[in-house]
Design a protein around this ligand. Sequence first.
Ligand code: GSH
Length: 235
Amino acid sequence: MTRPVITAFDWVPDFARGQVRDLRVRWALEEVGQPYDVRYLSQGEQKGAPHRAFQPFGQVPTYEADGLTLFESGAIVHHIADTHDGLFPRDTNGRARAIEWMFAALNTVEPPIADHAIATLFEADRPWSKPRLPSILARVDGRLSELSARLGDKDWLDGDTFTAGDLLMVAVLRVLDGDAALASYPNLVAYVARGTARPAFKRALDAQLAGFTGSPPPAIAAWLEKQTSRQGECA
Ligand SMILES: N[C@@H](CCC(=O)N[C@@H](CS)C(=O)NCC(=O)O)C(=O)O
């Protein structure tokens, strides 16, 4: 296999550092020991035609190797697991269960957690966010409670073996790390800690953080400047 090239941003706001979805892809590549290169995009470049040719929605990450280009972090992690040893069990049924947990992470658990991030971070200052929060929190809690019950006292979702399903589930849950919503479920807190203690995760996170060498686009820079100068203001 040729060395894959993934895309990532060269700048994101502080709250998003360590959460951009190229992290999942980097983590998968680190787990299987596959070296890779990164093509960095400045903010805004993701919406231009050249990148949209790779990613129709104008987002990161993407993946290129051996004449194949992919978008969607879940599809990329699936492909890495499919073409390397280490993220899918060797038996057909175990592999199917790992894929089941990949879908559960992205399709069942992530949506309410993404709504929570929108209401508390991205649109925290919008009038509709506060009224929506109780119902969002109830949906997050419902999913966490069900997941906690299924995980029980196992190390990983399917037992003793870490799979691509755990990789995506931990990546999804760690958005809530330190949040009261997750703290109510000690087995999920321990599960996230177990996943993020893996050396491959640490290498992936360090690599993502080291890649933020760019600058914000002018409009965001001006807005950030205004926020900083306001920090000393009294109401
Ligand atoms: N479902 C997509 C979501 C990708 C996504 O949301 N990417 C974000 C970064 S985490 C992004 O590129 N946002 C910038 C934008 O939408 O302009 C995936 O998993 O790859």
